[in-house]
Design a protein around this ligand. Structure first.
Ligand code: ADP
Ligand code: MG
Length: 501
């Protein structure tokens, strides 16, 4: 039987922390379009400058560690990693080598939306970023704004088994980082970038074989494509009994869809680590941890579970709603308004809890649908960010209550929602102003149906000859006569009754 192979993937992720100042100085950590404006002597690596540890950055690193279930080191220290490159004027990067801030830990992903897969973490450490080389046609320029920016590097164990798992892991991690508020983790701005390590091995073999490291990826899609590419290439090599014998460092050429080997010299760098003599080791106490833990909000995975329970949602819906904490907050505000509205109705039988048990499922699902299909769709079409949404939670809840009570039919609902989206208007007001309230009046509807039948004898003939589908045409005629305000179910029933006496 042919041997089968499995992929072994580990990720190294750099996240730029959203502190005010840099890792080891008071220089601003803000983004700037203008190059070289945040360039104090420490960032520039001038001789004689001394690093001072940014407490906010350490605390954010600890928050990530706690949220990811890591052990936080009681004693942690910084080390110098020597290498020579134009983006690093002092000739070394301050990072953490053998006593990282956090060890172990895990993140859970759901490949099929049901089964949890735990991915172990090796470590999380703090370090400073290098400057940025900008290559032009005639020269390489250096922008030092980023030099010394605080980073955490999160290193996974080689426990991912497919390119898709790698992507899911990164998406889950980005969400967690955003929930923690320690970075916007925006890949386009370079606030989250990753190296992807890939190797292959025969299924059943627990050994690790030489890996390819694909450096500096900055999109989920690129990571997935690059990992898939390497898996395919390496599998071919294994099948030809030419398994890779050496560690390789590569870049990813997105246009060509291939990995390209980088200079071997770079990969074989000897960093000559030694403890940073200008920074004393840090001691982290239980009190520090207790204090920092208080700043950790409900995390995505917890919020997703709660949404499934509390709002009767599927895993998928809960996942979509909680992906962005602002959307999740908005949904919760809408539901809470709907619940208050239900409780205020005199016509409902039973206690508030019983009413919620009965009506809640439907209302929550409606709220979810209107937000994730309609509002997300409109936002995408208008190229707007969620924070630019003009519809308040209160107005959306009122809108849903109108739909729920059948006060408007679905085409009128769309019209009202479009108004709300564009102008932030109140739904009841739009309904009144545009005269969209659904007509349930049997007499009025009956008349309109009779008219449609009288003016379309040919269609009626076809219907009675067995062409059921032409009923749609008659319904359309009635809706048109009623300016779209008729209740479509009532119209259908009335027409059927009149045509099949
Ligand atoms: P380095 O800095 O040399 O790249 P790290 O320990 O920081 O080393 O990171 C190594 C990364 O590569 C980790 O994410 C680890 O899980 C992954 N890794 C290690 N061995 C393998 C392997 N054989 N195949 C795939 N990934 C691997
Ligand atoms: Mg590496």
């Amino acid at each position: 039987m042919a041997q089968s192979y499995e992929a072994v993937i580990g990720l190294e992720i750099h996240v730029q922390l959203a502190t005010k100042s840099k890792m080891f100085s008071g220089d601003s950590n803000a983004d700037s379009l203008e190059p070289n404006v945040h360039v104090n002597p420490v960032s520039m690596g001038h001789p004689g400058t001394l690093p001072v540890v940014n407490q906010a950055a350490v605390e954010m690193g600890i928050m990530a560690g706690i949220a990811l279930g890591c052990q936080i080191s009681e004693l942690t220290k910084f080390d110098r990693k020597q290498y020579f490159y134009p983006d690093l004027p002092k000739g070394y990067q301050i990072t953490q080598h053998d006593l990282p801030l956090c060890r172990n830990g895990k993140l859970t992903i759901y490949e099929d939306d049901v089964t949890p897969i735990e991915i172990g973490l090796e470590r999380i450490h703090l370090e400073e970023d290098a400057a940025k080389n900008v290559h032009t046609e005639t020269a390489t320029l250096v922008d030092f704004n980023r030099a010394g920016a605080p980073l955490i590097e999160i290193v996974t164990k080689p426990e991912l088994r497919s390119a898709k798992q790698a992507r899911l892991f990164l998406q889950e991690l980005q969400m967690l980082i955003r929930y923690l508020g320690i970075s916007d983790a925006d890949m386009e701005k370079g606030h989250m970038r990753m190296d992807v390590n890939v190797s292959i091995r025969p299924v059943g073999d627990e050994a690790l074989y030489p890996r390819t490291e694909i450096k500096n990826m900055n999109s989920f899609k690129a990571v997935e494509r690059a990992a898939d590419y390497e898996i395919k290439e390496q599998t071919k090599l294994w099948e030809q009994h030419k398994a890779p014998e050496q560690f390789r460092t590569c870049g990813w050429d997105d246009a060509a869809g291939v990995t390209l080997e980088q200079r071997v010299k770079e990969a074989a760098a000897d960093y000559r680590y030694f403890p940073e003599p200008d920074i004393p080791p840090l001691r982290i106490t239980q009190q520090d941890l207790d204090r920092i833990a208080l700043r950790i909000p409900e995390l995505p995975i917890q919020r997703r579970d709660r949404f499934r329970e509390e709002y009767f949602l599927s895993y998928y819906d809960a996942k979509v709603l909680t992906a962005d904490p602002r959307v999740a907050d908005y949904f919760e505000a809408v539901v809470s308004e709907l619940r208050a509205w239900l409780n205020s109705l005199d016509s409902m039988e039973g206690s508030d809890e019983e009413v919620w048990e009965r009506e809640g499922t439907k209302l929550c699902r409606q709220a979810c649908n209107w937000i994730t299909s309609e509002l997300f769709g409109q936002l995408a079409k208008a190229k707007l960010d969620f924070k630019e949404l003009k519809i308040t939670a209160e107005n959306l809840a009122e809108f849903i209550s109108l739909v729920h009570q059948n006060k408007v039919n679905s085409s009128a609902a769309q019209t009202i929602l479009r108004h709300m989206f564009e102008h932030g208007s109140d739904p009841s007001q739009v309904m009144a102003e545009l005269d969209l309230e659904q007509v349930h009046d049997a007499g009025q509807l009956e008349q309109a149906c009779a008219d449609a039948i009288a003016t379309n004898p040919k269609i009626v003939e076809q219907y009675q000859a067995g062409h059921e589908r032409v009923l749609m045409y008659l319904i359309g005629q009635v809706m048109k006569a009623m300016k779209g305000k008729a209740n479509p179910e009532m119209v259908t029933a009335l027409l059927r009754k009149k045509l099949n006496p």
